[in-house]
Ligand binder design. Structure first.
Ligand code: ZN
Length: 193
């Protein structure tokens, strides 16, 4: 008997044709950030229309057929994390309804982005799609990524007492974009001569 952890993915033929070693490694690394999904088998398919998509499980029967789809070209951890978080949105609701969890993760795209960024710095490699970001921030995402993640974590704490936590988050993000930014590593401070 092998003590190896099981391989958590089934790849559709359409995806397998396009799959690289690097993409498989990325999927595995992202999956490792989701202890809630441990022991699940996830079907990973291919999409050309979006960065990714997920079939959010709504009933117990769907738990056995967890499915996400990704675009392999320019695959990011952020996309994988976002799609896996969609699976959790459904699973947590199913567990909640069955009385196995005290609260459920809310549905929604923006919610999915917030929970994804809060989960791990791994998912900061690309800007989130649905959280409203000022253009300057979207264009210079690496410079703001860590601060936005901190705000997402704060927003999830805020949510316990504050119904409008997403508005709160986006207002804080807007403030952040107005603040003078720190220089990039290795960049000079731009002192006048
Ligand atoms: Zn989504």
């Amino acid at each position: 008997m092998s003590a190896e952890p099981h391989f958590p993915f089934i790849f559709t033929p359409q995806l397998r044709k396009r799959l690289s070693r690097r993409a498989v490694d990325m999927l595995l690394k992202a999956f490792g950030e989701f202890p809630e999904l441990k022991g699940q088998i996830i079907t990973v398919g291919y999409t050309s229309a979006h960065l990714g998509s997920a079939l959010v499980p709504l009933r117990e029967e769907a738990v056995a057929r967890l499915t996400i789809r990704v675009k392999i070209h320019k695959l990011t951890y952020n996309t994988i994390g976002h799609e896996l978080t969609h699976l959790l949105q459904g699973l947590s609701k199913i567990h909640f309804k069955a009385g196995k969890a005290s609260e459920a993760m809310p549905f929604g795209e923006k919610q999915c982005d917030i929970w994804t960024l809060a989960r791990s710095p791994l998912f900061l490699d690309d800007a989130p799609t649905y959280i409203r970001l000022p253009r300057a921030m979207r264009e210079d995402w690496p410079r703001y990524a860590k601060s936005v993640r901190r705000l997402c974590i704060a927003a999830l704490k805020k949510r316990r007492t504050h119904r409008l936590y997403m508005q709160w988050l986006e207002a804080k993000i807007k403030d952040l974009a107005k603040r003078p930014v720190e220089p990039k590593p290795g960049e000079q401070m731009g002192l006048p001569f």
